[in-house]
Design a binder for this molecule. Structure first.
Ligand code: NAP
Length: 297
C-alpha cells in the first residue's frame, strides 16, 4: 500500500479563499473589517519570516493587518503595555504574540494579558478552559488545522483510536480535547511513555508533534492509518550542497508512506493550515466582538 498524500497546502489555499469570501461578506453586510495585530520581540529570522507570512495572508484575505516590532531587550512592562493598548484598539480583533520570547520575558504573563476575546492563538487560560469544558472559544490554530485535515479524510471520527505524540499546550493537549470532542478514543504519549511504538501501532489516527526528525518509524504505523506530521525540523542536506539544509517532519516519511492509508508531507502538510486557521480565528473573533453571526468558512 502507498499512502495517499494529504495536500495541506491545497486545503489551506481553498480555506483561505473561503475566509476571503467570508470577510467580503461581513464587510458588505455589517461594515466590519476584521483586524489582526502581531507582536514580534527581537530579531529572530525564523520568527520574522512567520510574522511576514501572517501579514501577507491576512491582507490577502481582505483583513486589516498590523505588525508591532519591539527590541529584544524590551521590558516586560513595556510589552504588557503594548498588549493592553491592542486590547483597547477597536480596529484590532485578534492579537498574536509571536513566540518564543527572550528569556527575560514571562510568556505566561504576556498570554494572560491578552483579552481572551482577541486571543486568536487560543492560548489564554480562559480559552483553554472553555475548550476543556466543551464550550465555544478560540482554539489553537495548529490543532484546529489538524482536525480539519483528519475530518476531511475520514468524515465521522466516532470510535477511532487516536494517538498523539507530544503533550504541549500549543499542540498535543488541545488536539486531544478536540479529538475527544469528535468522539475519538484518545491517547496522549510523551517522553515518559513506556512503549511509544506499541501505542502508535494501535492508532487509526496518529499525530506526531514531538520536534524530533524522523522519530516515528515506518513499522510503528498501523496499516491504513492516517498520519498527521506536525513536526518541523531543519536538518543538514549535504546532497543539496555544502552547508545546505531542508525541513523534515517527525515521521520517517518514505517508510511510513509504505503502510499508512494517508499522510501529510513536511513541508506542505500541517504548516499551511496553521496560518489559514489563524485567519479563521480572526474572523471568528471579529464577529464575536461585533455581535454578528460567524459566517461559514
Ligand atoms: P514541545 O513543546 O517541545 O513538545 C514536544 C513534546 O514531545 C513534549 O510533550 C515531549 O514530552 C514530547 N517528546 C519529546 N521526546 C519524546 C520522546 N522521545 N517520546 C515521546 N514523546 C516525546 O513541542 P511543540 O511546540 O508541541 O511542537 C512539536 C513540533 O511541532 C515541533 O517540531 C514544532 O516545530 C512543530 N510545530 C509545528 C507547527 C506547524 O504549524 N506545523 C506548529 C507548532 C509546532 P514531555 O512533555 O514529556 O517533555
Amino acid at each position: 500500500m502507498t499512502a495517499d498524500l494529504i495536500d495541506g497546502k491545497a486545503f489551506a489555499t481553498a480555506l483561505r479563499g473561503r475566509v476571503g469570501a467570508a470577510v467580503a461578506g461581513i464587510k458588505k453586510q455589517h461594515g466590519l473589517t476584521p483586524g489582526l495585530a502581531v507582536v514580534l520581540v527581537g530579531d529572530d529570522p525564523a520568527s520574522e519570516v512567520y510574522v511576514r507570512n501572517k501579514g501577507v495572508a491576512t491582507r490577502e484575505a481582505g483583513m486589516h493587518s498590523a505588525e508591532f516590532k519591539m527590541p529584544g531587550d524590551v521590558s516586560q512592562d513595556a510589552l504588557l503595555a503594548q498588549v493592553r493598548a491592542l486590547n483597547e484598539d477597536p480596529s484590532v480583533h485578534g492579537i498574536l504574540v509571536q513566540f518564543p520570547m527572550p528569556d527575560h520575558i514571562d510568556q505566561a504573563r504576556v498570554i494572560e494579558a491578552i483579552d481572551p476575546l482577541k486571543d486568536v492563538d487560543g492560548l489564554h487560560p480562559v480559552n483553554a478552559g472553555r475548550l476543556m469544558a466543551g464550550l465555544k472559544g478560540l482554539v489553537p490554530c495548529t490543532p484546529l488545522g489538524c482536525v480539519m485535515l483528519i475530518k476531511d479524510r475520514l468524515g465521522d471520527l466516532s470510535g477511532k483510536r487516536a494517538l498523539i505524540l507530544g503533550r504541549s499546550v500549543l499542540v498535543g493537549k488541545p488536539l486531544a480535547l478536540l479529538l475527544l470532542g469528535e468522539n475519538c478514543t484518545v491517547t496522549l504519549a510523551h517522553s515518559r511513555t513506556v512503549d511509544v511504538a506499541d501505542e502508535c501501532r494501535r492508532a487509526d489516527i496518529l499525530v506526531a508533534a514531538v520536534g524530533r526528525p524522523h522519530f516515528v518509524k515506518g513499522d510503528w504505523i498501523k496499516p491504513g492509518a492516517i498520519v498527521i506530521d506536525v513536526g518541523i525540523n531543519r536538518v543538514p542536506a549535504p546532497d543539496k550542497g555544502a552547508g545546505k539544509s531542508r525541513l523534515v517532519g517527525d515521521v520517517d516519511f518514505s517508510a511510513a508512506r509504505a503502510g499508512a492509508g494517508a499522510i501529510t508531507p513536511v513541508p506542505g502538510g500541517v504548516g499551511p493550515m496553521t496560518i489559514a486557521c489563524l485567519l479563521v480565528n480572526t474572523v471568528t473573533a471579529a464577529c464575536a466582538q461585533a455581535g454578528v453571526p460567524v459566517p461559514e468558512m
